[in-house]
Design a protein around this ligand. Structure first.
Ligand code: SF4
Length: 373
């Protein structure tokens, strides 16, 4: 299916200062923008009719429920109505496949075109690329969108075949991710709505295809390095009634959480696939943050001198992220980091870093606080 952002949205909703409005409008969910701002987003489909039979999906063909279809004009007007009432600030538009991916892609493009050119909508648009969409369609859609996505659903063709026998991993999905990156590389974005190319995301369903974390993170590493994905969504599987997987157990959400942590390490922290440790089943340890796991095995016996460590080394220390690395670099130009209060000034918790750093050649002393103190 074309729903994504589920994992992050839950967190966003929890953090949203106005989550009461989400509860009042069940069609609207919250999405975190780059830069940290959270906006209410209408997630909708051009049609819930679908000719494909993906085993995990509530919209699969043959499943008995009431289906609905919008024309592009109806979709644009419905969204703008919610926008004017201040209910939805952005639109995430997807679709079931009825009459082929090319036909449905045209309808998504038409909706985007109406919103941007006729109705002058200037807000956030996340538009789905349909399986099998043509190169020129994708290029056209990318002129209007802030973000585009195409869901691989699985890390490789074999696993996809277990989940979605009518989808072709290479020809319909992976090739379209490649095209997005090629368009971004080879064409001038100036004529576009925002004079830049949209970001790109994908989604994988976690659990029912028999995949392990080795396969998922190998694929994620490749996608991040080669296609510069802004994000990979890991949708932990929940069974849907009246589908072939209705009796398949739900996946543990903690597995999705560990995969997100690992993929951020790949995207923002300079980690490579080879840096992760897996058990004999090819799974990450659910009990450990993968960055802490790496630090326990690599830094505990040979801590880094925080006053000399490179940017790449600092990013390996638990409790230190890209923003803190910049702050440390600025601070070190003025003076040395040599006390807990220096760390505090930088917003770094001594408890997180004490086992992995030296300050001026010395191990920081971290005194445990006891309950009776
Ligand atoms: S293509 Fe597959 S995942 Fe997408 S709506 Fe149809 S059945 Fe669902």
């Amino acid at each position: 299916m074309d729903v994504e952002e589920g994992e992050s949205l839950e967190t966003s909703i929890m953090n949203c200062p106005d989550k009461s409005s989400f509860e009042k409008h069940p069609l609207v969910t919250y999405a975190k923008m780059s830069g940290g701002k959270t906006i209410p987003l209408l997630k909708s489909m051009i049609t819930s009719v679908c000719e494909r039979n993906c085993k995990y999906c509530s919209f699969r063909s043959g499943r008995d429920f009431h289906r609905a279809t919008f024309t592009p004009d109806e979709m644009a007007s419905t969204f703008l109505d919610l926008n004017q009432k201040n209910i939805a600030k952005g639109l995430f538009l997807s679709s079931g496949i009825a009459g082929g991916g090319v036909r449905m892609q045209d309808k998504i493009i038409d909706t985007a075109e109406i919103l941007r050119t006729k109705r002058k909508f200037g807000g956030y648009l996340h538009m789905k690329i349909m399986p099998g969409a043509e190169y020129d369609q994708i290029k056209q859609l990318m002129k209007y969108a802030d973000r585009v996505s195409i869901n691989l659903e699985a890390p490789n063709p074999e696993r996809l075949n277990n989940l979605a026998p009518l989808k072709n991993f290479g020809e319909e999905l992976f090739s379209r991710l490649k095209w997005v990156e090629s368009i971004r590389k080879n064409h001038d974005p100036k004529p576009n709505w925002r004079q830049k190319w949209p970001s790109l995301t994908t989604q994988m369903v976690i659990g029912p295809s028999g995949e392990n974390d080795v396969e998922i993170l190998k694929a994620s590493d490749y996608l991040i390095q080669n296609f510069h994905l802004a994000r990979i969504y890991y949708m932990t599987f929940t069974p849907v009634l009246n589908t072939p997987l209705e009796n398949f157990p739900a996946e543990n959400p903690m597995r999705g959480h560990r995969l997100y942590q690992a993929s951020y390490l790949l995207r923002d922290y300079g980690f490579k696939f080879e840096d992760f440790a897996f058990d004999q089943n090819g799974l990450l340890d659910l009990n450990f943050d993968p960055k802490k796991f790496w630090a326990e095995n690599n830094l505990k016996g040979s801590p880094l001198e925080i006053n000399r460590a490179s940017r790449e080394e600092l990013l390996r220390i638990p409790g230190i992220g890209p923003k803190k690395v910049e702050m440390i670099a600025r601070y070190r130009k003025q003076k040395k980091i040599q006390s807990e209060s220096d760390l505090k000034f930088l917003g770094i918790s001594l408890e997180s870093v004490s086992q992995y750093i030296l300050m001026n050649g010395k191990t920081p002393i971290h005194q445990l606080k006891f309950a009776f103190e």
